[in-house]
Design a protein around this ligand. Structure first.
Ligand SMILES: [Zn+2]
Ligand SMILES: [Zn+2]
Length: 822
C-alpha cells in the first residue's frame, strides 16, 4: 500500500512517541549485561533527557510547523486566486417517469455531454474504471508521487513523455482545462488535482471523470456513450460493456465503436485477462465477459418529446429534467393525434395538441404540442399546448360552480335565454337562437352564451378572474383589468396547459393542484380550494350527461368507452376547437385548429376536438372500472318548482328534484304567480290604492319579466297579459318605469355625413304596459307598441331622449351626436 504524504509529515511526532517507549523499556533492562548497541542506545536516551535535545526538537518542530503553515497558506492563496475551472456545460437530458432518457439536447459546442448522476455510477462501473485507470484513486491526494517518480525515471531513459502517472483526478484537471503537454503544464495539472481533491469528494471526482472522458466523435462522458452505443443508462452496463467503453478514451480515433469492434474486443479481452490476473473479478465473471459479443454501433439520441423538452429547458430545468411522462401513453397518444390529424387535414384543419394528467398524482403523463414536430409546412415546432388562444366556452363550468357556491343558483334554477344588452355588449348564442326560459343545467350542457354572461354579471367578473388567477392562468392575470363579460365566451387568452390544469379541479373535489411537469415541482406549488365538493359534484353530474348537443355526430360509442365528464369550446371565428374531459383517473385536454389562426367553418369543439378526446379515453382507460364521483356530504336533494327552480310556493304546479347546498343555496320560495285585482269584466287591473271596495275579482297571473315579454312579443308567442291598469288610478308610478335599451345613456354616437344611419329607439317595460311615447329634446316624436323599435336621425350635439309609458312613468337618456366624414 502506498503511504499517504501526510503520514511523512507526522514522522517526527511518531519518533518522539517511539523514543519515550524505548526509554521505559530501557529502564527494565538495566539488570541485564550491556552490549554495544545497548550502550549507544542508553547514551541516546540520556541525551534525549538533556536540555540541548529539547531545544533541538523544539527548533525542528517549529520549522516544520512554519513550513506546513506556509504551504497551506500558499495553497489556499493560489486556490483563491486561481479557482479550479469546474463550470461544465452539459447536454440537457430529459427523462421519463422511469428515468429513461427520452430527449436530449447538444451542448453549445455541439457535444453529447450528458451528466451521469452519482447513483448511476454502479459499484461495477466504479470498480472497473478505478482498477483500469488509477488503482490507488481512493488513497492518494490527487497526485500519485510514486507513479510520478517512476514515470519521470522512464522519461529520462526513453527521452519521451508518457502519461502513465496521471491519476483520475489529474485527468479530470486536464479535461477541464486542456493544455499542451509540457512539464510546466504538468505541474499546473497537479496543482489543479490538489484543488479538486480539496473541493470534491472522491466519488464526485470520479463522477466528473466519467462525465468528461471522451468516447470518440462528439461523445463525452459515460452516460452519452452508454446511451448512444448501448441504448441504456450507465448503471445497466455489463462488465464487458464497461471494459469496452473504458478502452476507447485511450485511442478514440482508432477504436471507433461500430467500426473497429473486433479490435475493441481484442483490447477489451486483454484488459479482462489482466483483471483476472489481479483477481479483481471472479473467474466466472471474467469468462462471461470475454464470451460476450460486441455488436454496438453508434445510435441516435432519443428526441421523443420535443415540445415538452424545449418548454422545460426554456423554463430553466437544469442539466437533467426528470419528467413524469409515461412513454407508453405518450407514444400511443401521439399515434392517435397523427392519425386523426391526417383526417382533419382534408378539412384544412392542420394541428392538434393534447395533454393528459393523472388526477391522483397531478403528474403530466402525456404532452403532445403538435401533430408532427418535424412538419415544417404547418409549423409543427409551435407548441400548441403552451400557446395562448381564445378558450371558447371552456370556462363556463367553473363559472356555474362558483355561482352555485355563492347560493346564486342550483342546477334546476331557471334563467332567461333572451337578448340582453350590457352597456352595448349584446352577446349571442352559438347558433344565433334564443331559448327563453332554461335551467342552469340545460344552459351549461348546451353551452348557452346569454345565461353564462348573466351569471358572470351576477357573480362579478373580479371574483371569477381571481379564481382563474388562483389556477395559474397567466394571460388572464396580465389582462385582468381589461377583461369584460365576454371573457366567459372566450374573450380572453388561455392555454391548453392552463385549461387542462383547471379541469383537474373538477376531478379533485374542487381543489386545484398545479400539474407536475417534472418530478421536482416548484416549492411554491400548493393546493387551492376553488369550488366546494358539492358544487363540483353538481357540475360533474351535468358534464357527464350523454344526451347533449355537443356529443359528436357520427360517433359510434363503444361499450368499453369509460364514463367521462367533458366540456367543449369553439372560439370566435372558429379558429380553435377545444374538448376537455375527465374521470376519476385522468384529465385529457384537446386543442385542434391551425397555428396560422385560420378559421375553418367545420371547426367545432363538439365535432372536431371531442372525437379525439373519446379516442384517447378509449385507449388509455379502455374497459375502465367506471368508478364515478360520489355525492359528497355538503350536497343534498330537494324538490323545487319546475318553473323557477326555487323551493315551491303555494301556487306552484309542477315540481322536480334538484341538488342544493344546505345553508348556501337560496331558500326563497317561488313567487312566480302573482294575484291581481281586476274589474268584473276583466278589462282593467287595480293596484292597492285604486282598488274599489267591491265589485272586483282576483286572478292569478304568471310573473313575466320585461325581457321575456319582449321575447314573447317578438316571436308572437301568446302569454297571459295582465289587463291594463286602471286609467283613473291617481297613483304615480315612479318605480318600475321603462328602461331604455337603445340609445345608451351617456354615449357618443358618430354618424356619417354622407350616409346617415338612423339610431334605434327601444325599451323594456312592465307587464301591464302596452304603449310607449318617445320624445326627442322634449318634442313628441312617436307613439307605438311597447316592444316595437322606432328609428330616428338625430341632430348634432347633445340630444335628450325620453320614453314615457302608458302609466305616465318616464325615463330620460342623454347622448352626444357627432357627424363625421366617412
Ligand atoms: Zn313556482
Ligand atoms: Zn292603481
Amino acid at each position: 500500500m502506498y503511504p499517504k504524504v501526510t503520514i511523512h509529515l507526522l514522522g517526527p511526532i511518531v519518533n518522539l512517541l517511539l523514543n519515550s517507549s524505548a526509554f521505559f523499556s530501557a529502564r527494565k533492562q538495566t539488570m541485564k549485561p550491556l552490549n554495544t548497541i545497548t550502550i549507544v542506545f542508553n547514551r541516546f536516551i540520556v541525551w534525549t533527557r538533556s536540555k540541548p535535545y529539547r531545544i533541538f526538537i523544539f527548533k525542528w518542530l517549529k520549522r516544520l510547523f512554519i513550513s506546513v503553515a506556509a504551504i497551506c497558506i500558499l495553497f489556499f492563496a493560489l486556490n483563491w486566486v486561481f479557482p479550479v475551472p469546474d463550470k461544465i456545460e452539459y447536454s440537457t437530458i430529459v427523462t421519463d417517469s422511469k428515468g429513461e432518457v427520452i430527449h436530449a439536447f447538444l451542448t453549445k459546442d455541439q457535444k453529447w455531454r450528458m451528466k451521469t448522476e452519482l447513483d448511476e455510477i454502479s459499484p461495477l462501473l466504479r470498480k472497473t474504471i478505478v482498477e483500469k485507470e488509477d488503482k490507488y484513486f481512493y488513497s492518494h491526494p490527487g497526485i500519485n508521487a510514486l507513479a510520478i517518480g517512476r514515470a519521470f525515471v522512464k522519461n529520462i531513459f526513453r527521452w519521451k513523455r508518457t502519461s502513465g502517472a496521471s491519476t483520475i483526478t489529474m485527468q479530470v484537471a486536464r479535461a477541464l482545462e486542456p493544455k499542451k503537454r509540457t512539464y510546466f503544464n504538468k505541474v499546473i495539472e497537479m496543482f489543479r488535482a490538489l484543488q479538486l481533491e480539496f473541493k470534491y469528494s472522491k466519488n464526485e471526482i470520479l463522477q466528473l471523470y466519467l462525465n468528461l472522458v471522451p468516447y470518440g466523435g462528439n461523445i463525452e462522458g459515460v452516460k452519452s456513450a452508454s446511451i448512444l452505443y448501448f441504448k441504456k443508462n450507465p448503471d445497466h452496463l455489463s462488465l464487458a460493456e464497461i471494459t469496452a467503453l473504458s478502452i476507447i478514451p485511450n485511442r478514440p480515433s482508432t477504436l471507433v465503436m461500430g467500426k473497429h469492434n473486433d479490435r475493441i474486443v481484442l483490447e477489451r479481452n486483454r484488459w479482462l485477462q489482466q483483471f483476472a490476473k489481479d483477481k479483481v473479478f471472479t473467474q466466472k465473471e471474467i469468462q462471461d465477459a470475454i464470451s460476450e459479443p460486441l455488436t454496438a454501433t453508434r445510435g441516435t439520441v432519443p428526441q421523443l418529446i420535443p415540445h415538452l423538452a424545449w418548454k422545460l429547458k426554456q423554463e430553466g430545468g437544469g442539466d437533467i429534467i426528470k419528467t413524469n411522462i409515461e412513454l407508453n401513453t405518450q407514444l400511443k397518444t401521439e399515434k392517435l393525434v397523427a392519425d386523426y390529424s391526417r383526417i382533419l387535414t382534408l378539412k384544412n384543419i392542420r394541428n392538434a395538441a393534447v395533454i393528459i394528467i393523472n388526477n391522483q398524482t397531478h403528474n403530466v403523463i402525456t404532452y403532445v404540442g403538435s401533430a408532427d414536430f418535424t412538419d415544417t409546412i404547418d409549423a409543427g415546432q409551435v407548441n400548441g399546448a403552451k400557446a395562448i388562444r381564445q378558450p371558447g366556452s371552456t370556462l363556463k363550468p367553473l363559472l356555474y360552480g362558483l355561482c352555485i357556491d355563492e347560493g346564486l343558483m342550483t342546477p334546476k334554477t331557471v334563467i332567461t335565454d333572451v337578448p340582453v344588452n350590457y352597456s352595448g355588449y349584446a352577446p349571442e348564442n352559438y347558433d344565433k337562437q334564443f331559448n327563453g326560459y332554461v335551467t342552469i343545467e340545460y344552459a351549461l350542457a348546451h353551452s348557452l352564451n346569454i345565461p353564462a354572461v348573466k351569471s358572470l354579471q351576477m357573480l362579478g367578473k373580479d371574483q371569477f378572474t381571481q379564481k382563474l388567477i388562483d389556477c395559474n392562468f397567466k394571460q388572464i392575470k396580465k389582462d385582468q383589468r381589461k377583461l369584460g363579460l365576454s371573457m366567459i365566451l372566450g374573450g380572453c387568452g388561455a392555454s391548453l396547459e392552463e385549461l387542462t390544469g383547471l379541469y383537474t379541479t373538477f376531478a379533485n373535489n374542487g381543489k386545484f393542484t398545479p400539474p407536475n411537469y417534472t418530478q421536482t415541482p416548484a416549492s411554491s406549488n400548493r393546493d387551492v380550494t376553488i369550488i366546494s365538493p358539492a358544487a363540483t359534484f353538481m357540475i360533474n353530474d351535468i358534464l357527464s350527461q350523454v344526451n347533449r348537443p355537443d356529443f359528436p355526430l357520427n360517433w359510434q360509442s363503444t361499450e368499453h368507452m369509460p364514463k367521462i365528464a367533458w366540456k367543449t369550446g369553439t372560439s370566435y371565428g372558429r379558429r380553435d376547437a377545444w374538448s376537455i374531459g375527465y374521470n376519476k383517473k385522468y384529465t385529457v385536454g384537446i386543442w385542434t385548429g391551425n397555428f396560422s389562426a385560420l378559421g375553418i367553418p367545420e371547426l367545432s369543439g363538439a365535432n372536431i376536438a371531442t372525437p379525439l378526446l373519446f379516442k384517447i379515453f378509449n385507449t388509455i382507460d379502455y374497459d375502465s372500472d367506471e368508478e364515478w364521483f360520489t355525492q359528497p356530504k355538503g350536497c343534498d336533494i330537494r324538490m323545487v318548482c319546475s318553473e323557477t327552480g326555487l323551493p315551491p310556493g303555494e301556487h306552484c304546479i309542477s315540481t322536480v328534484t334538484d341538488y342544493f347546498i344546505p345553508l348556501i343555496s337560496s331558500t326563497q320560495l317561488c313567487n312566480n304567480m302573482q294575484e291581481v285585482a281586476l274589474s268584473a269584466d276583466e278589462k282593467i287591473s287595480y293596484c292597492k290604492s285604486c282598488m274599489p271596495a267591491n265589485g272586483y275579482k282576483k286572478k292569478w297571473y304568471k310573473a313575466v319579466p320585461p325581457e321575456m315579454q319582449r321575447y314573447y312579443d317578438e316571436r308572437h308567442i301568446v302569454y297571459e297579459h295582465i289587463p291594463p291598469h286602471n286609467p283613473d288610478c291617481e297613483r304615480v308610478f315612479k318605480e318600475g318605469g321603462p328602461s331604455v335599451l337603445s340609445p345608451r345613456n351617456g354615449s357618443e354616437y358618430y354618424i356619417s355625413k354622407k350616409h346617415p344611419e338612423p339610431l334605434e329607439l327601444s325599451c323594456n317595460v312592465g307587464n301591464d304596459v302596452h304603449k310607449v311615447y318617445w320624445y326627442i329634446n322634449d318634442q313628441f316624436f312617436k307613439a307605438g307598441e311597447a316592444h316595437n323599435h322606432q328609428f330616428f336621425v338625430p341632430e348634432e350635439g347633445p340630444v335628450k331622449i325620453s320614453c314615457t309609458d302608458d302609466k305616465g312613468r318616464n325615463k330620460d337618456v342623454w347622448i352626444r351626436v357627432k357627424y363625421v366624414d366617412l
